[in-house]
Ligand binder design. Sequence first.
Ligand code: AQP
Length: 343
Amino acid sequence: KKRIVSGIQPTGSIHLGNYLGAIRNWVSLQNAYDTLFFIVDLHAITLPYDTQELSRTTRETAAIYLACGVDASEGSIFVQSHVRAHVELMWLLSSATPIGWLNKMIQFKEKSRKAGDENVGVALLTYPVLMASDILLYQSDFVPVGEDQKQHLELTREIAERINYLYGGRRWKKLGGRGGAIFKVPEPLIPPAGARVMSLTDGFSKMSKSAPSDQSRINILDSKDLIANKIKRCKTDSFPGLEFDNPERPECNNLLTIYQIVSNKTKEEVVQECQNMNWGTFKPLLTDALIDHLHPIQVRYEEIMTDSGYLDGILAEGARKAAVIADATLHNVYQAMGFLRRQ
Ligand code: AQP
């Protein structure tokens, strides 16, 4: 089986964007691929964060993966910091990553501008090298990525090619390797359309964990009342009827798309059903569809959280399985780069 890896940062509550743009796709891919899904806690400290919250959100995120149907018996679910090789490989990769490549990263430019100089640590700049490590350690074939992560995956590919060029090939064969590549160069797996969920308060920005207003997102664990309230107050427009794909109506497109996905309908069905509606009729429909979709996930989440031994066991087993693959890659890289072998 081909392998895919992916992860989410435990930087806040997991929301509909993370679910529809990432977790739900993982679930549909997990039978066809060998999968490793992790909670990327080391990435969550690149901007100032709350130490009390980090472990709580890490467990919450892991439980949400399971509640949404990610299957730990087929693939591995684990916490990034539990597999030491991620940070170790990152150091080796960073020696072959020109600073100029990192300076070009749009996310770095945006996040550092927003955070202000005092809050920008070196880790924010080197974050994509850790991401490259997360992917290359597992010799992944594919990485499911949204639009915003495409540039980082391209960087991962460039780092892999550079290491393969510098330390792979004949030189690597002489050292006892198989010759050829040290790393597999991963390909992006672009999720199906409609996967970019926008903010409820601004149809031009994506729904995000770190947006200051909780009104801007539907969290997977939001109560029925909270969901109803957020939909009631979300931004709409004053055009007649409802329609997809009108660039002047980003909120309308977003809400219809969310409705389409959570109610499991086709776009045509939603057009037929909703084109002549007004917001007053559509909003309760969307609210009910969201509540119905999220309810079973929330019930499973509660079950998982009441048995902490179960979750701990899955994360421990996931880290153990992941470390076997990661350590083998790391060992090869050390050898290829000429380090003295530990006896
Ligand atoms: N709005 C979104 N629509 C579709 N997919 C989304 N993802 C995030 N937001 C949306 C996908 O979720 C995965 C996890 O992303 P991440 O935790 O690495 O960080 P992010 O992409 O930056 O997500 P957030 O929620 O906006 O977090 P913060 O606010 O911490 O930066 C990715 O697969 C992403 O594509």
